[in-house]
Design a protein around this ligand. Structure first.
Ligand SMILES: NC(=O)c1ccc[n+]([C@@H]2O[C@H](COP(=O)([O-])OP(=O)(O)OC[C@H]3O[C@@H](n4cnc5c(N)ncnc54)[C@H](O)[C@@H]3O)[C@@H](O)[C@H]2O)c1
Length: 234
């Protein structure tokens, strides 16, 4: 498989390593918006850049009929536009707020726990994420997915909000510490005890491997997908 890496920072480098070891060819390593020429005719694009440029990068790829895997977070208010562009160009788009298998299992556990806890209002839910200090967006895309999983299953909440909340908002706390790759914690606390689920990434390899597996999976597909389609399509 020929892969173009759009965004060649921390994630791009690790994806390069993992994809090459799996026998794929990296035909472009870009830290700029792609063009037909600099993409160098890939089978698939893997996009890990930053929130300001992701929309344009994905759009260019799809408009050249190339499937795009995107892990960049913080631009999702325009996701429906991208999904339309993918359909219009008869190609495929896949977004994952988090590409690691462990976090996707954590998402499923979080939804089950929210469904269980909705009948016990004496427990207050708290959602917290910790990331390295270079991260540009807050809260993390993963924390937003966790919040959406709780909101979907517990009608005490109808929206999420960073920090202070009111009415039916679910609060997310975002902490920034040194080089933490990503830690997420959901807890339910009553006056007498606390129940907690937590995912801790030790490094970025799990995210990068998930992105490469998604790229392998998307070849030949049309439409819009998420990483769940890849990991739980058994
Ligand atoms: N979905 C996941 O599993 C997951 C995991 C880790 C990180 N992320 C997200 O991925 C993104 C990248 O993370 P990172 O740690 O590699 O960041 P990074 O800052 O190390 O790398 C981003 C790269 O994008 C480049 N860039 C700047 N402008 C560009 C443009 N116009 N076109 C293409 N590239 C451009 C920068 O030069 C840089 O090399 C962030 O949004 C982060 O939150 C997602």
């Amino acid at each position: 498989m020929k892969i173009a890496l759009v965004g060649y920072g921390k994630m791009g480098h690790i994806i390069d390593d993992i994809a090459t070891k799996k026998g794929h060819e990296i035909v472009a390593r870009l830290n700029e918006t792609p063009t037909k020429d600099n993409l160098n005719n890939p089978d698939v694009i893997i996009e890990f850049s930053n929130p300001e440029v992701a929309f344009e990068n994905i759009k260019v790829g799809l408009e050249h009929n190339i499937p795009v895997i995107c892990g960049t977070t913080g631009w999702l208010d325009r996701k429906s536009e991208i999904e339309e562009i993918a359909l219009k160009n008869n190609t495929a788009f896949l977004y994952g707020s988090n590409f690691s298998l462990g976090v996707n299992l954590f998402f499923a556990l979080n939804e089950k726990l929210a469904d269980l806890m909705k009948g016990f209002p004496e427990y207050q839910v708290q959602l917290e994420e910790i990331h390295h200090t270079h991260k540009k967006d807050a809260p993390s895309g993963t924390a937003i997915s966790l919040a959406e999983g709780i909101i979907k299953n517990d009608d005490r909440f109808d929206a999420w909000k960073l920090d202070e909340t009111q009415n039916k908002e679910l609060g997310i706390f975002a902490l920034r510490q040194d080089e933490v790759p990503g830690t997420h914690r959901v807890s339910y606390k009553s006056a007498v005890d606390e129940l907690e689920i937590k995912h801790t990434a030790f490094n970025r390899n799990g995210f990068a491997l998930g992105a490469v597996i998604a790229a392998e999976w998307i070849i030949g597909k049309k439409g819009n997908f998420t990483i769940k389609d890849v990991l739980f399509d058994k």
